[in-house]
Design a protein around this ligand. Sequence first.
Ligand code: BEZ
Length: 209
Amino acid sequence: MSIRIGDTAPDFTANTTDGQINFHNWIGDSWCILFSHPKDYTPVCTTELGKMANLSGEFAKRNVKLIAVSVDSVDDHKGWINDINETQGCTVAYPIIDGADRKVPEQYGMIHPEANDSMTVRSVFVIDPKKKVRLILTYPASCGRNFDELLRVVDSLQLTDSSKVATPVNWKPGDDVIISPAVSNEDAAKLFPGFKTVKPYLRYTKAPK
Ligand code: BEZ
């Protein structure tokens, strides 16, 4: 059965470029982004893994660990990392899972036979510290992902987990947020003094600190 938002992320033990890990233990109390790419030594993937390496400091600030996977071996990953570092001006320091046995790619539904049964698609899973899946993305091989968007999603998830708000279209940190429909006007007045009502169901407030 396919994985859905809200499911517990399937656990596994796997070899990675940093040695063997148990996934849930490795995540620990952090958030995690597990992402797959179609193939090592391919051009779009090279730019993607480089971008993730260059964003890793921003993810660390948000307590997010990164981990990649494809159907390639650890030996392939290790050789390719040298090319990524050289061409993308980065240091790939996050682990890449050995998916040559297809265990993790199949567990996470990352191989779509109708796309290509010998490659992983471009999948992303955002997983929270309780190991729940909070976001799933799937992109075609020809389109590199926008990884800045993942920072925005993590900011939104962490904000809306800690406050009774949701984030509107194209929201970015610092913008106003939407008060959850479940919050009465009476409670909203206490929680979000000065909130603005556009429609009874569309109420804005400054983002809580
Ligand atoms: C790429 O990363 O460039 C790529 C990988 C597989 C299929 C197409 C493109």
